[in-house]
Design a protein around this ligand. Structure first.
Ligand code: DI6
Ligand code: FE
Length: 394
């Protein structure tokens, strides 16, 4: 048994703020946490001195699109000249331009371009990353994106959770025929991807420029038939009541939520659906309506925070920056921000074996050159990560 000792442990467990244990020790057996508590009470073990540093659960980025072809720097320039995200999308740019680049890429190429993005997250203390498909929008490319995501987990010592996002946009070949796209491409791609073991969850984009609630319900019914959990990009640009729809399917999370209303909040609270807050997208498209954080908090809806790393609305490679922005732009507390990338991010992925420091959970630990956990959200453009311990291995 190894004993990581001489640290401040933000366990994210128990009633104390951050579940903080000053002068703590963490015992690890194999890839699991065996014991956490005050150093004075620690069991015997091979001691590793952490030099008084802060330890948290390794971070979890629960909403990303890191697998994709190309980039959209040109569209960034168009937006700066005044075009809106929706105008660009309706004119055949936006998600569809990334679809063209992704279809042109090989699985090897997708893996090669995603690796530096994954490495940026790992450098930020992340050990679990969700990766979505949704830039293929045909059967072969949707499968290739998920194969690339699975391959990433063989190249780095982190956990990758895959999410099928075939209902991300209507491809040009199905313009104005979204239901035919679902019938002929999206739903068959979901079945094929599931049969190949490529799908951990199913997502969609419920929006005027994407899919209606009735169309999303078709995708969710298919997910349910396969026994897969669902989540939804909801209320990002307008209010189509997607969050309430997702909640009615017991969704793991509803994400974005700038235009969420009280009925959506009540539905999420009732179903235990996590609200995943994505300040990078809010910032990049210069959105002015913030998600209803105070009302989510009052209703007891758990909040996660994520990068939404994608080439269009959130070309952002830092989960620490997402935490800072969630605080400064949306008034989350630093404790809520850290819960958002640990315990609540785990919940948004349906994972019960991580996100806290507690016996029996995975020994994925982030060691920080920081005294207090609020420092992780407070600074921006600094990276205080000292080291990552993944599955008990430093
Ligand atoms: N909402 C988003 O912010 C991303 N997808 C989505 O449904 C944007 C994806 C993109 O513009 O490429
Ligand atoms: Fe997204």
């Amino acid at each position: 048994m190894r004993l990581f000792t001489n640290c401040t442990a933000a366990t994210m467990d128990g009633p104390a703020p951050y579940g903080l244990i000053p002068d703590a020790a963490i015992a690890v057996e194999g890839d699991r946490i065996a014991w956490v508590g005050p150093r004075a009470d620690a069991p015997k073990g091979e001691a590793v001195d952490l030099g008084g540093r802060l330890v948290t659960p390794a971070l979890i980025d629960c909403h990303t699109h890191i697998v994709h072809g190309g980039h959209r720097a040109g569209e960034f320039e168009q937006r700066l000249l005044g075009a809106s995200y929706e105008e660009i999308a309706r004119a055949g740019g936006g998600i569809i331009s990334t679809v063209r680049a992704t279809r042109a890429a090989t699985v090897d190429g997708l893996v090669a371009s995603a690796l530096p993005r994954l490495d940026a997250l790992i450098a930020d203390g992340v050990a679990t990353v969700e990766v979505k498909s949704g830039y293929g929008l045909d059967i072969d490319t949707e499968l290739n994106m998920l194969r690339a995501a699975r391959r990433l987990a063989t190249l780095r010592p982190v956990t990758i959770r895959t999410t099928f996002l075939g209902a991300h946009a209507v491809p040009p070949d199905y313009k104005d025929r979204a239901d035919a796209y679902l019938t002929e491409a999206c739903l068959p791609a979901l079945s094929a991807a599931h049969a190949e073991g490529l799908v951990d969850a199913v997502d969609g984009f419920c929006e005027g420029i994407a899919f209606s609630p009735a169309q999303i319900a078709r995708v969710f019914d298919a997910a349910k038939a396969l026994g897969l959990p669902v989540k939804l990009h909801a209320e990002q640009l307008s209010n189509l009541h997607g969050a309430a729809l997702a909640a009615s399917y017991g969704a793991l999370s509803a994400d974005h939520l700038e235009y969420l209303d009280d009925a959506g909040i009540a539905a999420m609270a009732k179903s235990g659906t996590v609200a995943t807050i994505l300040p990078g997208a809010f910032y990049a498209i210069r959105e002015t309506k913030a998600p209803p954080i105070a009302a989510l908090r009052a209703a007891g809806v758990p909040m996660a925070v994520s990068t939404d790393m994608n080439p269009g609305t959130s070309p952002m490679g830092s989960v620490l920056l997402a935490m800072n922005m969630a605080c400064t732009l949306f008034r989350l507390t630093p404790e809520e921000a850290l819960k958002g990338t640990t315990i609540n991010a785990a919940r948004a992925l349906g994972l019960t074996d991580r996100g806290r420091l507690a016996p029996g959970l995975r020994a994925d630990l982030a060691v920080w050159a920081a005294e207090t956990p609020a420092e992780l959200s407070y600074r921006f453009g600094f990276n205080p990560l000292h080291s990552l311990i993944l599955g008990g291995k430093a």
